[in-house]
Design a protein around this ligand. Structure first.
Ligand code: ZN
Length: 254
């Protein structure tokens, strides 16, 4: 049965390791050393590497892992192309080597121009686009692109497990409380996730259903989010893209 492990890297990254039958697949390995240590500690063979976008803290370890294990590497068609054996674009499906699951590809530009999500088997690997109770910064895209990308992810089944690239959850919840102070689900979520962190455990995965209920970036049509964003902007905001853009700006300075 497939097991998914969070391997911490750098300050707050997670490299997701999918394990099945003595083989493993690494998602967004920003560093090869913690992946190698994980494989050695469990006696596993690396069967493939998957990447969501080109940032070094997600793919820095990819070339060394591919060379050491002679394994296929999958990533966005419009990014990290030199080191990929398979370039993925929206609508494609592929069997992940060695672990018996099939994943589909969504194009989700905004954080980077070619960012992809991988989803299937009730799982979502979304890199730095959707975070637990937050979303990625817009380094290479527009608010309108990010709104569309997040809407694709929000449309996945509510039980879908969300595996994102960083442990930002508690800080994101503090911001969400400022945006939507009367959302009671946020207090529940903060208590649950703070308890996990106090035990040294990841807050992830979350679920799409939990994100829909608590993530302000997926709630830009909710009355309280619109009102808070308008107050922060000092003017009435009209439409989901304007509200999203204001909430994203607000978070940048929070
Ligand atoms: Zn990134």
């Amino acid at each position: 049965m497939l097991a998914i492990h969070a391997v911490p890297a750098f300050k707050d990254n997670y490299i997701w390791m999918l394990e099945e039958g003595g083989r493993a697949v690494a998602v967004d390995p920003g560093d090869d050393a913690p992946v190698e240590a994980f494989l050695a500690s469990r006696g596993l063979t690396l069967a493939a590497v998957l990447a969501t976008h080109h940032h070094a803290d997600h793919v820095g370890g990819l070339p060394a892992l591919a060379q050491r294990w002679k394994c296929p590497t999958f990533g966005p068609a419009r990014e990290v192309s030199a080191s990929l054996t398979r370039r993925l674009a929206e609508g494609e499906r592929f069997e992940v080597p060695g672990i018996g699951i099939e994943l589909g590809v969504l194009d989700i530009p905004g954080h980077t121009a070619g960012h992809i999500a991988l989803t299937g088997a009730g799982l979502l690997f979304c890199g730095d686009t959707l975070f637990a109770c937050g979303c990625g910064r817009l380094f290479e895209g527009t608010p309108a692109q990010m709104v569309e990308s997040l809407a694709k992810l929000a449309g996945l089944p509510a039980a879908t497990e969300v595996y994102c690239g960083h442990e930002y959850t508690l800080a994101n919840i503090r911001f969400a409380e400022a945006v939507e102070p009367s959302n009671a689900r946020l207090a529940e979520r903060k208590a649950r996730d703070a308890a996990k962190r106090a035990e040294g455990r990841p807050t992830l995965p979350s679920t799409i259903g939990e994100e829909l209920a608590t993530n302000p970036f997926l709630r830009c049509t909710e009355r309280e989010v619109v009102a808070s964003a308008s107050r922060h902007a000092g003017r009435d905001l009209a439409g989901v893209v304007e509200v999203f853009a204001e909430v994203r700006e607000w978070k940048n300075g929070f």
